[in-house]
Design a protein around this ligand. Structure first.
Ligand code: SAH
Ligand code: SF4
Ligand code: F3S
Length: 450
């Protein structure tokens, strides 16, 4: 088979990172090997995100930058996949007429056949069909072994929640769960290749299995935690409305489950939550946080907040600030509200001016910055179990090696250790000595697992 080079440019969430691995795995079967260099590629895939306008702009500016390459090398194939491909379909050709293949979020399994058509000269090849089912075989395309010890794995596709601002249900289709046995098999394969940590992905993992009467999400976690050799389990995202006590109990009962939950609140105002179609109130959310902390007092909690949703008044915004003070999150992701044409909120009145959205975003970041640092400082003097990811980017002195890993609560820890091999993939105790806004620094107590 002729050897061809593939470059994938991924924008967007962890699901896209996982899909990129499936794309690379599938294309390997027709002779493509990955390259980090777009200039040397025979095929470039732009793996896109439509969550906010900015993400979409990034897609088109990257696509624009490929025109020069395509002009120099007319045989180069350009494919656009992911959420913007799903949303725009053929319309992508209006802005980037040199695109050869457009494939949607459910077409990843069919990608090798689509690329073969393009290789035969068919242009453009378009497949944006959304199906109601999952082709399990599409998930076994991951032939790519990278060196990472932590990997993502999609356990369910799509979303049925239709939050008023969100494009995801429109570009990823209806919620469908994968078969538990197939998920377990995939994780066992990953563990056999050296993976120590998996993050289970779904837009709302709490509803895993419900529609198809499969096992529940806490039951799935139990099964995953029985896999020998797997050390850590994480998951994202959990929708507050469906967070059950069974799942809370899993934090207490399953050693391998990392003690961190991402529980996006979006707003602290009941009026806005209703307009967002989030289906919980501020009080319900706060009760769930309190319950979680009864099950596992030290659990790290993070969240997403949207600043300047249509109709958000200063009073609504103050409610959000107050909720942050009450919860004291470990970390927070904040976004300026962005109109998505397929989402109903784009037609809501009382849009908040961009300047005001930016001011609110800055205020949120400023407030949270204090809590993040405080939470990090609280760890000083403690010994945390760190799963070592590998070398960290910066190396200060010659001969010294900078390592990096994460705590169970998902905080980044950097440390120095002169042993240059064998630490990666180990979970070791590290004494925390310094706290920064976005990371910690410490010294290993031992360089062997306890
Ligand atoms: N399924 C996840 C979220 C996926 S999208 C959940 O329900 O929590 C990730 C985050 O992007 C959301 O939590 C939200 O905060 C943000 N987001 C989604 N649509 C947005 C929009 N139109 N404008 C601004 N932020 C948005
Ligand atoms: Fe979007 Fe809401 Fe679904 Fe999350 S739960 S993906 S925010 S529609
Ligand atoms: Fe973006 Fe699609 Fe993920 S819109 S956030 S890549 S599901």
């Amino acid at each position: 088979m002729k050897y061809k080079l593939l470059h994938i440019h991924t924008i967007g969430c962890q699901m896209n990172v996982y899909d990129a691995e499936r794309m690379a795995g599938g294309l390997k079967t027709i002779g493509y090997e990955l390259t980090p260099f777009p200039e040397s590629a025979d095929l470039i895939i732009v793996n896109t995100c439509a969550i906010r306008e900015k993400a979409e702009q990034k897609v088109f500016s990257f696509l624009g930058s490929l025109l020069t390459l395509k002009t120099k090398k007319p045989d180069l194939l350009i494919a656009v996949g992911g959420c913007v491909a799903q949303q725009e379909g053929r319309k992508i050709l209006r802005r980037a007429p040199y695109t050869d293949v457009i494939f949607g979020t459910h077409a990843v399994g069919r990608l090798p056949r689509l690329i073969e058509q393009a290789e035969l000269g068919i242009r453009p090849v378009v497949d944006i069909e959304l199906s109601e089912q999952i082709e399990e075989s599409d998930f076994f395309l991951k032939a790519v072994s990278d060196e990472s010890i932590s990997r993502f794995i999609t356990i369910m596709q799509g979303c049925d929640n239709f939050c008023a601002y969100c494009v995801v249900p429109h570009v990823r289709g209806r919620e469908i769960s994968r078969i538990p046995e197939s998920i377990l098999e995939e994780i066992r394969d990953l563990v056999a290749s050296g993976v120590k940590e998996v993050t289970l992905l779904g837009q709302n993992v709490n509803s895993f299995g419900k529609k198809q009467c499969l096992c529940s999400f806490p039951e799935l976690l139990k099964m995953v935690s029985r896999i020998d050799g797997l050390e850590r389990i994480r998951f994202t995202t959990s929708h507050p409305k469906d967070l059950s006590e069974d799942l809370m109990a899993a934090f207490r009962d399953l050693d391998k489950l990392c003690k961190h939950i991402h529980l996006p609140v979006q707003s602290g105002s009941d009026r806005i939550l209703k307009k967002m179609n989030r289906k919980y109130t501020r009080d319900i959310y706060l009760e769930k946080i309190a319950k979680l902390r009864q099950f596992y007092p030290e659990i790290a909690v993070s969240s997403d907040i949207i600043a300047g949703f249509p109709g958000e008044t200063r009073t609504d915004f103050e409610d959000t600030l107050e909720l942050i003070r009450q919860v004291e999150y470990d970390s927070l992701f904040v976004f300026k509200y962005s109109d998505r044409p397929s989402a109903p909120a784009s037609r809501f009145s009382d849009k908040v001016p961009d300047k005001e959205k930016k001011a609110r975003l800055d205020e949120l970041l400023e407030l949270q910055g204090r809590y993040t640092l405080e939470k990090n400082q609280k760890l000083i003097g403690k010994t945390e179990q760190i799963l070592v990811d590998g070398f960290s980017r910066k190396s200060e002195k010659a001969g010294e090696i900078q390592w990096m890993g994460r705590t169970s609560g998902n905080k980044i820890v950097n440390f120095t250790c002169n042993s240059d091999t064998g630490l990666k993939g180990k979970t070791i105790p590290v004494r925390i000595e310094t706290a920064f806004p976005h990371s910690l620094r410490g010294t290993p107590v031992k360089t062997e697992p306890e």
